[in-house]
Design a protein around this ligand. Structure first.
Ligand code: ZN
Ligand code: ZN
Length: 109
């Protein structure tokens, strides 16, 4: 049986857990994780306003990320510039609209 461990903790260096990654890298990662920007989203918000077409909830710059663009005909490639195929729905109504978790496409987080 080995003797009792004589800790030499006084000599032990304080080992900081290596700060795993440089800040820049973390920032880069965060940026990657940002919501995918749909090019027509801003446009739709501009055309239809920061308001949910379904529940009428209003949004502003601070929380407009909760407002998503719904494609009325379900075709994400149908993006007429007059916004006729878009509907601004808050994530709750949008979720409701699809009600099958299709939202993963819109929300990555
Ligand atoms: Zn809504
Ligand atoms: Zn939709």
């Amino acid at each position: 049986m080995g003797g009792p461990y004589k800790g030499r903790h006084k000599l032990r260096r304080m080992q900081k857990p290596q700060s795993s990654r440089p800040v820049e890298e973390v920032v880069k990662e965060l940026q990657k994780k940002r919501l995918p920007s749909y090019p027509h989203r801003e446009q739709s918000l501009k055309i239809h306003g920061l308001i949910c077409a379904k529940c009428g909830r209003e949004f502003d710059e601070a929380n407009k990320r909760l407002l998503t663009v719904h494609h009325k005909d379900g075709n994400h490639h149908n993006n007429p510039s007059n916004g006729s195929n878009w509907e601004n729905l808050c994530i709750y109504c949008h979720d409701d609209e699809h009600s099958r978790g299709v939202l993963g496409d819109y929300l990555t987080s």
